[in-house]
Design a binder for this molecule. Sequence first.
Ligand code: NAP
Length: 309
Amino acid sequence: MKCLIAGCGYVGLPLGRELIRLGHEVYGLRRSASAEAELTAAGIKPVVADITRRETLAKLPNEFDWVVNCVSSTGGSAEDYRQIYLQGTRNLIEWLSARRPGKFVYTSSTSVYGQTDGSLVKETSPTEPLVDTAKVLLETEKVLLGTSGPQGRSPQPEVPAVVLRVAGIYGPERGHGFKQFLNNEARIEGEGSRFLNMIHRDDLIGCIIAALKNGRAGEIYNAVDDEPVSQVNFFQWLAEELGKDLPPSAPANFEENRKRGVTNKRVSNRKLKMELGYQFKYPNFRKGYTAEILRLERAGELNVSPDRS
Ligand SMILES: NC(=O)c1ccc[n+]([C@@H]2O[C@H](COP(=O)([O-])OP(=O)(O)OC[C@H]3O[C@@H](n4cnc5c(N)ncnc54)[C@H](OP(=O)(O)O)[C@@H]3O)[C@@H](O)[C@H]2O)c1
């Protein structure tokens, strides 16, 4: 297949490498010309363009079988999100309308679920995001799925889109809570009962490829591992594994959490596993972090700060 990866970065680059290994032809789009050498070394054909600037897309070759939009704003305001996710996706769809791909996969986020009661969340659960950035992601999903206009009809050209709602990504150089734990900066909020939902980068790559192959256009799938884990259980496991103390507790600040859009939910991957037939390499954080700790140890890069006594 001829594939385009828009946002060929943390996830996109190894995704491209894997697609090439599987025999596909891959183009990787990002803004930095400095990344060209890295993409080329991976066998990916680099395209320097900015999805928020429609005119730059003219550099892209015609006709792709598979398109993945995994561009990220790496933080930013709701307006940044609007430009990068919403307008960027609109530009891509418009550019693709004359050359409709076979499948378009978009990596949305589980932040579109605003639940704070620890409930089990499926793709059909209510989506009432707590923060404006997540509202933009939901709007982007609707544009792609053709349900953004009046009476749920899309004013945009249609693409055969599959939405993946992605949980917190961890893996090499990623994993905020893990890094905080290593540096003695982690805190357990209150009793630590809030659930964390995660996915290892390798599994996200597997889910994206499964969605390209088997995802049904117009469908949404949660991309998350098998086991939501409470914050306290996450740190307890790390503490035992690395021979460190449990992080101190800090009272949960509900007002601050509300402003930051902190949610508490257990996101289900049942639909993804049933319909896409994907088998997780790291079905829970213990498997994924065991691999990550071993990798760091072997590289001599596991820097564990001594406990403060
Ligand atoms: N991190 C998480 O836990 C998490 C959770 C849920 C969903 N997601 C989603 O998962 C996807 C993959 O995340 P990631 O960590 O791989 O992202 P990333 O590496 O931070 O960013 C992806 C790439 O997007 C490129 N990019 C940014 N703006 C662009 C633009 N306007 N036009 C073209 N390229 C642009 C960047 O390269 P240049 O700077 O060179 O352009 C970067 O290499 C994203 O869609 C993200 O929103 C992430």
